[in-house]
Design a protein around this ligand. Structure first.
Ligand code: IMP
Ligand code: MG
Length: 179
């Protein structure tokens, strides 16, 4: 068990590097099977998904392409978070099979907005792939076809995920130690 301190918080290892690698490989195999012959576009959501998307693509066994979108969410006065595209999609996605690649689906609001905004670009199909999902916090109805890990309602960092922009380069997943 290793411990890291990031700013004012303490985190401890929860998922080792080898376990992440194996699950990413399994997901890529499943996706390669399901999307064979469709030349899918992986659409990574920045910043959190950059490491996952890179590893996932390298484990894919079929031709595929990659692009990224950057979102910023603003907390309004209502319960519905608004998500705004900071770095938009330049590619023509019409008639393409698109796989949204996220680091983590928490309430699901970000993903819901992604699916809705992608829908206006007339893709042939939209699929959701996420490294983590927190089922207890999910508020939106989403068809998450590919999820590497379902986790409890804890705060995690590492493998692309951050705490206040720190910790993204950690090779393992670390969970916040409460208290
Ligand atoms: P949602 O819109 O509530 O699903 O929020 C998803 C976003 O919140 C993710 O893309 C992350 O950027 C962030 N997030 C949620 N939970 C965590 C966590 O445990 N660690 C790091 N970031 C998180
Ligand atoms: Mg994110």
């Amino acid at each position: 068990m290793s411990i890291v301190k990031i700013k004012d918080k303490t985190f401890e290892t929860s998922i080792p590097e080898a376990t992440i690698k194996e699950r990413v490989r399994q997901l890529a195999q499943q996706m390669s099977k399901d999307l064979d012959g469709k030349n899918p576009v992986l659409l990574g959501v920045l910043n959190g998904s950059f490491i996952f998307a890179a590893d996932l693509m390298r484990e894919m066994t079929i031709p595929c392409e990659i692009s990224f979108v950057k979102l910023a969410s603003y907390q309004g006065t209502t319960s519905t978070g608004k998500v705004h595209e900071v770095l938009g999609i330049n590619e023509d996605l019409s008639d393409r099979h698109v796989v949204i690649v996220e680091d983590i689906v928490d309430t699901g609001r970000t993903m819901k907005q992604m699916v809705e905004s992608l829908g206006t670009r007339n893709p042939a199909s939209i699929h959701i792939c996420t490294l983590f999902v927190k089922p207890d916090k999910l508020e939106e109805k989403l068809d998450i076809e590919y999820a590497a890990f379902s986790i409890p309602n804890d705060f995690i960092v590492g493998y692309g995920l951050d705490y206040d922009q720190q910790g993204r380069g950690l090779k393992e997943i670390f969970t916040l130690v409460e208290g």
